[in-house]
Write a protein that binds this ligand. Structure first.
Ligand code: SF4
Ligand code: ZN
Length: 715
């Protein structure tokens, strides 16, 4: 490695450690070593320290240990003739130090920075992980600094978007950040757009790093403290690159050396000394993306779609504003619906797209046309019950087209085509071509043939929407009629075992996976699509207990799937052999013995709860794949299931839940309250606006005559 780079990394590493030490000392002086420090919504403490050393940083005192480790790395570097390994040590020291500095900023409330994401939560980690595993996300780029001009910045991110590469943007060069260049050019930022601003300085570049390293523990099953395995995982599995824009300084080089330890190469747009395939320069901005994806072996799996604009997941979140609209459909402006139906092989001519009615080039700008999208699919393994799952994808697939906006589902859709996209030659037939290509690409195991009808003739739209409405109703009846008693098979999900090795979700029609992302139909479809995957059918066997929801077949399955650690699984309760919790539950239920009931808190709620813990604190004690009587991680929709805490008495046990959760479930909760013959019940449930104090809560319940107080003892 070039001597300049080595010297700069070491100098930068020293500076970073010095800064961390200085700021930590100041924090300890004012708050003491026992002061808690944490990043929001994570079970991995300070992820770099935890992954590399197994160090659980929970207090300022613990942070001191982290800084000592960083210092040790720097002090181990020889004064004369340091080499590549020493530069990497300095890089590691820089990452540890930057993480401590960022943690302190959270303590003092100065992160996240204005308009920036800051620390990426475990929830985001998991969502992205799934996209990574299933190939939707081929890779990542961290872009640091500022481009020579705004145009170059925009061109760079557009280029990455076309490759479906998720970008983390931030840092600065001479006080200017690419974040502001993009904002000035009105580029939409955010996860949905694949452009995530982390912060406007080099220290905040730790967020993409401590996110990547959690991937090793979450998805790679690497034990905290196993640095070698961890770095091997990030190098081989996390396809990330670093792009530096503009002049580099010692701290940037040191942080870059840190990225190198994770196996992420650096492509710089300035005259840097090149180091093999680790540090590469590319002075032509138009070639940076190509160079980067080649160097890191990022292969974007972009379905070949015959359309005049780019079609990629990176455009999914983009909106089309009124002034940019050439033509729109549905919303409050016209009648529109979309409908996917299963047909026989003989009835479908693969690739056929029929446009019935006026096309977009025959109407004046700003017209709202009626729209019917009818997708007819055929496949040997296709079943009518998969229709809603495939139909739900219409939204994603059409939104993928640059300059096409799609919202809603069924007969409540709203679609817009932008002027630019229209000018590029986009017509109605392209809706059909996109849907055809994407359905085949995403569901190869289910779908063999696809044909599409795009209808803008009002009479036809009205006629067909009557049939579509009938089909929606039928589906709803079918799903509503699906109960745990009526099916023979449940489905397992073990996707989270890489993280919680003994965890199994048992997904039944009336209890969805605790992450909220998988219901019974999804489990069934996933199994059909990939019979060797993480969702397996579970033969119920004989029912051992109707109230607790215990079946012999489930027990057997869970015993084997949990590495023989769990012998009984009672699916409906919280006290006796409850289901396990990994780490991605939407909500945590905890019993409150003082109230003879339970409280429920959702992920994302940061305040205190009556059990005396925040969501993050609860998550720390509930997760990990263990059975924890009295605590339960669940998917939000389970709360309104008829099988909600049956052994404990059901809905009436809820004495407290967050306002956000109450609002989100309002209609369903009231429906359930009616069903159990207590229409006014929901208003007796307290939330944080009433109190988070257990004594005050008991008083409130007594005053309002909450039924839980008169129920059998919960413990
Ligand atoms: Fe993880 Fe359960 Fe969700 Fe599967 S269903 S992803 S195991 S939480
Ligand atoms: Zn999980």
């Amino acid at each position: 490695m070039s001597k300049v780079i080595i010297d700069l990394s070491i100098a930068g590493g020293k500076a970073a450690v010095g800064l961390a030490e200085q700021e930590l000392t100041r924090a300890i002086e004012s708050k003491g070593e026992a002061q808690k420090v944490e990043f929001p919504d994570t079970a991995f403490y300070f992820p770099v320290s935890y992954a590399l050393f197994g160090l659980e940083v929970k207090t300022l005192g613990d942070a001191k240990k982290a800084v000592a480790l960083a210092k040790g790395k720097i002090e181990g570097i020889p004064i004369t003739d340091p080499g590549l390994g020493d530069a990497l040590s300095a890089g590691t020291a820089t990452l540890i130090s930057a993480e401590v500095i960022a943690g302190l900023r959270y303590l003092y409330g100065t992160e996240p920075q204005n308009g920036c994401e800051g620390f990426f939560s475990d929830t985001i980690l998991r969502t992205l992980g799934i996209q990574l595993v299933d190939g939707r996300l081929p890779g990542f780029a961290a872009i640091l600094g500022a481009a020579p001009d705004n145009k170059a910045a925009v061109a760079l991110v557009r280029d990455y978007q076309q490759h479906n590469v998720l970008m983390f943007v931030g840092g600065e060069t001479n006080g200017r950040s690419i974040i502001d260049q993009l904002i000035e050019e009105k580029v939409e930022l955010g996860w949905d757009n694949y452009i995530v601003p982390f912060g406007r300085d080099t220290v905040s570049a730790i967020y993409p790093i401590n996110w990547a390293i959690r991937g090793a523990m979450t998805f790679g099953g690497v034990k905290p403290g196993n640095a070698e395995k961890c770095l091997e995982y990030t190098k081989n599995r996390v396809l990330a690159v670093v792009n530096t824009l503009g002049a580099v300084d010692a701290l940037k080089v040191a942080a870059g050396a840190g990225a190198l330890t994770l196996g992420f190469p650096i492509i710089a747009d300035t005259e840097v000394p090149e180091v093999g395939e680790l540090i590469v320069k590319e002075l032509d901005h138009r070639k940076i993306v190509q160079r980067s994806v080649e160097l890191r072996g990022i292969k974007s799996k972009i379905a070949k779609v015959d359309a005049p604009v780019a079609v990629s997941a990176a455009f999914e979140g983009e909106r089309v504003r009124r002034e940019q609209t050439r033509v729109e459909f549905g919303g409050k402006y016209s009648k529109a619906f979309e409908w996917l139906i299963t047909k026989t092989m003989a009835e479908v001519e693969d690739g056929r797209v029929e446009v019935i009615g006026p096309d977009v080039d025959t109407v004046p700008e700003g017209t709202a046309l009626p729209l019917g999208i009818v997708v007819e699919v055929a496949g040997r393994k296709m079943l009518p019950e998969f229709e809603p799952i495939l139909e739900r994808q219409i939204h994603h697939f059409l939104s993928f087209a640059m300059g096409v906006f799609h919202m809603g589902q069924r007969n409540m859709i709203w679609v817009r085509i932008s002027k630019d996209t229209y000018a590029a030659g986009f017509r109605l037939v392209h809706f059909g071509k996109i849907l055809h290509a994407m359905m085949l690409d995403h569901f190869p195991a289910l779908v063999d043939k696809v044909q599409v009808k795009i209808i803008t003739n009002l009479q036809e739209v009205e006629k067909l929407s009557v049939l579509a409405n009938k089909a929606y109703d039928e589906r709803d009846r079918r799903i509503a009629g699906l109960t745990d008693d009526k099916v023979d098979l449940f489905y397992s999900c073990t996707l989270c075992q890489s993280y919680a090795p003994n965890h199994v979700c048992v997904i039944t029609p009336e209890k969805l996976g605790l992450c909220g992302a998988y219901n019974w139909l999804d489990g069934k479809a996933a199994y059909e699509i990939n019979p060797k995957g993480m969702n397996q059918p579970i033969n119920k066997g004989s029912q051992l207990d109707t109230v607790k929801g215990e079946w012999s077949g489930v027990n057997e399955f869970v015993f084997n799937a949990s590495n023989k650690t769990l012998e009984r699984f009672c699916n409906y309760g919280i006290m006796e052999f409850p289901t396990t919790s990994c780490g991605c539950f939407e909500c945590v239920i905890a019993i409150l013995p003082e109230c003879n009931g339970v409280m429920i808190v959702n992920r994302g709620y940061t305040g205190m709860t009556p059990v005396g813990m925040t969501f993050t604190q609860l998550a720390g004690s509930v997760g990990g794949g263990a059975q924890t009587p009295g605590f339960l991680g669940v998917g939000k929709l389970y709360i309104t299931s008829k099988k909600f805490l049956v052994p404990e008495g059901g809905l009436h046990r809820i004495v407290w839940m967050t306002k956000e959760l109450k609002d989100a479930l309002d209609g369903r909760l009231r429906e359930r309250a009616n069903e159990i013959g207590d229409p006014g019940f929901i208003d007796k449930i307290a939330d944080e606006s009433v109190t988070t104090d257990i004594t005050a809560l008991v008083e409130y319940l007594q005053k309002n005559g909450h039924p839980a107080l008169k129920m059998a003892s919960i413990i």
